[in-house]
Design a protein around this ligand. Sequence first.
Ligand code: AMP
Length: 379
Amino acid sequence: MVRSFTDLPLTPAMRDAIAGAGYSIPTPIQAQAIGPILEGRDLIGCAQTGTGKTAAFTIPIVELLAGAGSRLAGQGGSGPRALVLAPTRELALQIAETFDMLGGGCGIRTVVLIGGESMGPQLNALQKRPAVIVATPGRLFDHLERRTASLGSLRIVVLDEADRMLDMGFAPQVERILRVTPLDRQTLCFSATMPLPVEKLVRHHLVRPMRVEVGVIAKPVAKVTQVLYRAETQGKTPLLLRLLNEERGRTLVFTRTKHRADRVARAVLAAGHRVTRLHADRSMPQRREALDGFRSGRYRVLIATDIAARGIDVPEISHVVNFDLPHTPEDYIHRIGRTARAEANGRASSFAAPEEGDQLRAIERHLGHPVPRAAGSVN
Ligand code: AMP
């Protein structure tokens, strides 16, 4: 039974890096996954964002690549030795940050290969012989086609948020990428849900994987207080402004479309709040500026669409607002998982217009209970 990081066979350098990151005890997925990964097992991790799953694979990978007496150190010549595939650019950047935080001190160099950025800097970074590549499947595939990256020296491959990667149509790229990696690699697959396409992927590409599950899959994290507001479409903006005035915390707002994100942001700005936007029509530097500004507190409110906000990791989001209900119950769980991460408590408010009744019913069926109505809200 792993209760503390000292129960795990980690090097002193890694213990220091973990302490430096501010982690005092392992989260359940870390307690279960780190040991088997260090032993070289393939692994399926059923865990949603917010459970500490990024560090659950980053800690053992850094140890395998750099730890004293490492099996993998020095193997594979100068090519990359670990690859992490992630569905979105933001998630890829966050994973790379975790690698830098936990592995930077022992000289593990990480390169990020994501779309929406020019090739030049990525080519330069690849020439510095990184040990770890974190990539979105589309851009990595481009590099493979141009022969600017090669994967023949990989020892470990991670598929992060596999369900979302396949949902986004990346299955062909993921398959083709896996086909050019060595057969004797170690493969780790993390996914919040296990739909059939993910099961198939796992059956084809993992060898006798160990399965690790944390919590009830696809249920909201326990510490989120959920509230539902009934609102006509035109009543949603005044309602949001009211909620923003009632409290002070950092707020993440989800809208259905980019256009609506822009419109709501204009209204929030006009009401005097520090607000920024994150959606696919914004350039990569703009998206970075938005996320960094939200993280640092320069912006209190971030208005985002689902895809752009997937996996974003900002500590201390106290309030998630579903300005529009998401299309699927899974997206609802993911959205509200942005708040109450790790140890904190959080609030999730959802606005439901009459025409969103189907989505609301689907969410409540999935949760197994109604979302509590706001006081004074009809029905
Ligand atoms: P993730 O599920 O990987 O997105 O991680 C969610 C958040 O938990 C991130 O902000 C991590 O920095 C944080 N975290 C990861 N592991 C721990 C830990 N052992 N103790 C406290 N916080 C952690």
